[in-house]
Design a protein around this ligand. Structure first.
Ligand SMILES: Cc1ncc(C[n+]2csc(CCOP(=O)(O)OP(=O)(O)O)c2C)c(N)n1
Length: 342
């Protein structure tokens, strides 16, 4: 009798390429790389079906470091390449890795379309609020007043919120994590992978050289618990070092407010319960910022659809053939006005 040996489970090392990682020492990208490798091993995905697609930037060096297929493409165009790949081979599991400049500046248009089309892939936006690779110019997510080589007197542009943008594009999966959260990030990445459609994950990533500490207001160890809220579907929106703060809708308004349990008669019944399918709640959660509010991380919005972009694409030729018959490209080219260039 033949005995079939089950394939050995893959480990993060199996997703590690032989390329030397060339990010600055202390860059948040290392922690994200570690988390992604661990997530893929835990998911048990096959490297031969997995593709990492990136544009240009420090974050975009990611595909080199993964023992999977990969494309290091052109600035801001990873969504277009990834869309083409998915259409050509829907079996592929596609992860796009991009920086905030790559995806919201030159690539803003492309990000918009991959999200609204809902192409089945995971889009990871490493947000460090700066251009890292080109030595620290301000980016579309940089805070107003950011001093950089391109804005020595301080930027006068209002920043865009990556997660609000994704919701505005019609993304049906919007989540967030932080580079240093090695336990949290895999849970978010696994949910993103599970979701059919375009999953958008913003990862706050510290650029130690050009924008060090830009997220300290909610990532510093001693204040993190009071300035972050990890939202979990079906669970009350509570946070704080003492787990005694919560979010509720301010009576008589359409706004959120932070309340303290046990104060002014506030009890658990007053606290909102997270519903990840609620788009309006998601819109309010992604807009929160310290010091008034904690920053929301976790799966903020997830609204599954029954069919995917690829399913729809398959129905188009069938509908066309049944109404107009099979096309003939030769006949089409020779139809109507033709001319010969002498
Ligand atoms: C067409 C084009 N324009 C500009 C550049 C220069 N450039 C390279 S990376 C980059 C921005 C990178 O910033 P970001 O996407 O935030 O990624 P990070 O390096 O911070 O990870 C720019 C403007 C380029 N390579 N190609």
């Amino acid at each position: 009798m033949n005995v079939v040996t089950p394939p050995a489970a893959l480990t993060p090392k199996d997703f590690t390429s032989d390329q030397e990682v060339r990010w600055c020492p202390g860059c948040g990208d290392y922690a994200i790389l570690k988390s992604v490798r661990a997530t893929l091993a835990e998911l048990g995905v096959e490297p031969r079906n997995t593709v990492f697609v990136s544009g240009i930037g420090c974050a975009a060096r990611f595909p080199y470091y993964m023992e999977t297929y990969g494309f290091h493409t052109i600035h801001g165009r990873a969504p277009a390449i990834a869309t083409g790949l998915k259409i050509a081979n829907p079996e592929l599991d596609i992860w796009v890795v991009s920086g905030d400049g790559d995806s919201l500046s030159i690539g803003g248009n492309h990000l918009l379309h991959v999200l609204r089309r809902d192409v089945d892939l995971q889009f990871l936006l490493f947000n460090n609020e700066i251009y890292g690779l080109t030595k620290g110019q301000y980016s579309p997510t940089s805070k107003r007043g950011t001093r950089s080589p391109s804005t020595p007197a301080g930027s006068i542009d209002n920043p865009v919120s990556a997660a609000s943008f994704a919701l505005g594009c019609g993304s049906r999966f919007v989540a967030r994590s932080i580079d240093t959260l090695q336990k949290h990030m895999p849970t978010v990445l696994k949910r993103a992978h599970q979701h059919r459609g375009a999953s958008f994950v913003e990862i706050f990533q510290n650029c130690i050289v050009y924008n060090d500490g830009t997220f300290n207001r909610f990532t510093e160890r001693d204040i993190a618990a009071d300035n972050q809220i990890d939202v979990v579907h079906g669970e009350p929106l509570i946070f704080g070092a003492d787990r005694n703060k919560g979010l509720r809708v301010r009576p008589g308004s359409l706004a959120l407010e932070v309340v303290t349990l046990g104060e002014n008669g506030i009890g658990m019944d007053d606290i909102l319960v997270h519903d990840e399918t609620d788009r309006i709640l998601a819109t309010m959660l992604v807009a929160m910022d310290p010091p008034e509010f904690p920053v929301a991380i976790g799966v903020i919005y997830c609204n599954p659809a029954e069919s995917s972009y690829i399913d729809h694409m398959r129905t188009v030729p069938a509908a066309r053939d049944s109404s107009q018959g099979k096309g003939d490209i030769n006949a089409l080219l020779r139809k109507g006005h033709t001319w010969t260039v002498g």
